[in-house]
Every structure is written in C-alpha cells, then in structure tokens.
Design a protein. Structure first.
Length: 280
C-alpha cells in the first residue's frame, strides 16, 4: 500500500521560503511585489481562481490589482491596458486570467505581456527558454508538480516518465521540465493507442486530461509516483483523473484531488512573481 502525498505540508513549507524572500526584497531594495490581474470573461470558475490568488497575495503581503472588463471590450482595449501595465515600473507581474471572452485574440494578448512580467510563463519567449532548458519562468501547474517531486525526494534522472495530456499550459511544459530533469519522457493524448501500455511502464506518471478516474489500478506500475492534475466535478464532488483509492494500492505515492496539485498552482504563481521581481 502506497501513500497519499501531503501537498498541504509541502505548500506550507514553501510559503515560509517565499515570506523570507519578500522580507529580503523589502529590506534590501524597499520593493513590495505587485501583481496585476486582467479579467475578461464571465465564468464563475475564473472568479474562484482569481479569489484564491487574491487571498494568497493578501496572506503574504503582496500587492494585487484587478482589471475587470465587460463583454463589449475589444482585443485592442486589452492590449492598451497591458501596454500601460508593461510600462508601469511598480507592476512586477501581469496575469491574464484564462479563458478570455471568445471574441478576444488570446494568443495576441498573451504575447503582449512583456516576458519580464509574464508571471504565468505563457509568453513564447519564456516557453522557448524552457524548451532550451534554461528558463526560470514556467507555467505554474507543471512547475508546481516539479516542486512536489522535489519535496518528496523523487529521483527523476534516468526514470521513465509518462505525461498523459499535451495541452500548452500543462502537458507540454510538464514534459519539457521532466526532460530537463533527465527523465525519459513519453507524452500520451487522445490519439494514443493502448494508453495502458505506456502508463504501466511509468516510474513517474503525470495525468492532465480532464476525464474522471481515467487511470485505474491496472494501468500503473508498482512503486511508481502518480501525480493527478485533473480536476473534474462528478455529482457535485471534485475528483481527479486518477482512481486514487485503488491506484494507491499499487503505486508508491499518489497526489489527492482535491488538496493536491491545485494547492501548488497558486503558490507557484507567487514564486514566479518573486523571480520576476528579484530580477528587476
Ligand atoms: P486540455 O487542454 O483539455 O487537454 C487535455 C489533454 O488530454 C489533451 O491533450 C487531450 O488529447 C488529452 N486527452 C483527452 N482525452 C484523453 C484520453 N481518453 N486519453 C488520453 N488523453 C486524453 O486540458 P488541460 O488544460 O491540460 O487540463 C487537464 C486537466 O487538468 C483538467 O481536468 C483541468 O481542469 C486540470 N487542471 C488542473 C490545474 C490545477 O491547478 N490542478 C491546472 C490546470 C488544469 P488531445 O490533445 O489529443 O485532444
């Protein structure tokens, strides 16, 4: 029987490190980091995510400003606001809360954020640096997974890692980070033939799909590490992409949902903000 990874403890430990960095910045450079958040959608879930980020900023004493737009906004209006924030020296990080209203040009808007203020790590320049193996700013969810792996003392080098899901914000950067850390990485997706054949040989299995309990106990390797990124609502309850209760009987360690990777995502955003602020 394996263990459920205690992600809450990991995040609490990392928060202490962030507080130390914030205090050092204040002491040595008299800077308090500031995050600007662009909200241009009407989705309830986005409000919840922004609320979590706001709360984390408040807890840590980080400045946070929100710029909320109504549906009649144009791409040009958003670009103008981003340009203003790019030129505001008091703003250290700009976050564009996704998804945007459908009529807006998401790609153009994400590219407009200066790479030096790109707190989400979505700018092609930061993404390119990540692929080249020298990027510090990376998308928050996969970067948070790397923190979990580090904190549980996972040995990544030379291991077989399988990432299920190839989205630009999760699966692809996750695979790049594991490659940079020395794993042999396979990426699976909806067109993959015989998924079990791949997942079953993974020493480290990362699942970011959005299908409740896709990964069953017969699909994982004994003593493996299984990281569940998926968040799905089933009968009003949050469940992951992994059948945790049964998979933990085979694997060595499994992250829970809720209370797993999601906790590290917001915290990693603040780590990115600190990296950007300290580089000023
Ligand atoms: P996405 O953009 O919808 O990508 C899903 C990926 O899963 C795609 O690559 C898709 O393949 C693949 N896929 C779909 N069905 C599959 C199947 N039956 N077998 C194998 N692969 C399959 O989703 P995402 O944004 O990456 O998010 C994935 C999950 O993570 C969602 O549940 C989301 O809510 C969650 N999430 C959690 C956090 C967090 O903080 N914990 C953050 C972000 C996302 P194709 O490319 O072929 O379509």
């Amino acid at each position: 029987m394996g263990e459920i990874i205690n992600v809450k403890d990991i995040v609490e430990k990392r928060k202490i490190l962030i507080r130390e960095r914030i205090e050092k910045l204040k002491r040595e450079k008299d800077i308090i980091p500031k995050l600007a958040v662009i909200i241009a959608n009407s989705e309830e879930a986005s409000r919840v995510y922004v609320g979590r980020k706001r709360k984390m900023c408040e807890t840590l004493g980080i400045l946070e400003e929100e710029y909320e737009f109504s549906e009649d906004i144009t791409t040009e209006d958003v670009l103008r606001e981003i340009n203003r924030l790019n030129n505001d020296d008091t703003v250290n990080g700009i976050l564009v809360q996704l998804p945007l209203f459908k009529h807006l040009d998401t790609s153009k808007i994400l590219k407009a954020v200066l790479p030096t203020k790109d707190v989400d790590g979505f700018h092609p320049e930061n993404f390119g640096n990540l692929i080249q193996g020298n990027g510090k700013i990376a998308p928050c969810t996969p970067k948070g997974v790397m923190t979990i792996l580090k904190e549980i003392g996972a040995n990544i080098e030379g291991k077989d890692a399988v990432v299920v899901g190839r989205s630009v914000i999760v699966g692809r950067p996750m695979a790049a980070m594991l490659t940079n850390a020395g794993a042999t990485v396979t990426i699976c997706h909806s067109k993959t033939k015989d998924l079990t054949n791949h997942t079953k040989r993974a020493d480290i299995l990362i699942v970011a799909v959005g299908v409740p309990h896709l990964i069953k106990e017969n699909m994982v390797k004994e003593n493996s590490i299984v990281i569940d990124i998926g968040i799905n609502k089933v009968d009003g309850k949050l469940v992951g992409d992994v059948d945790t209760e049964n998979v933990v009987k085979i694997a060595k360690s499994v992250t829970p949902v809720p209370g797993g990777v999601g906790l590290t995502t917001v915290h990693t955003l603040i780590e990115n903000l600190m990296d950007l602020t300290e580089a000023v």
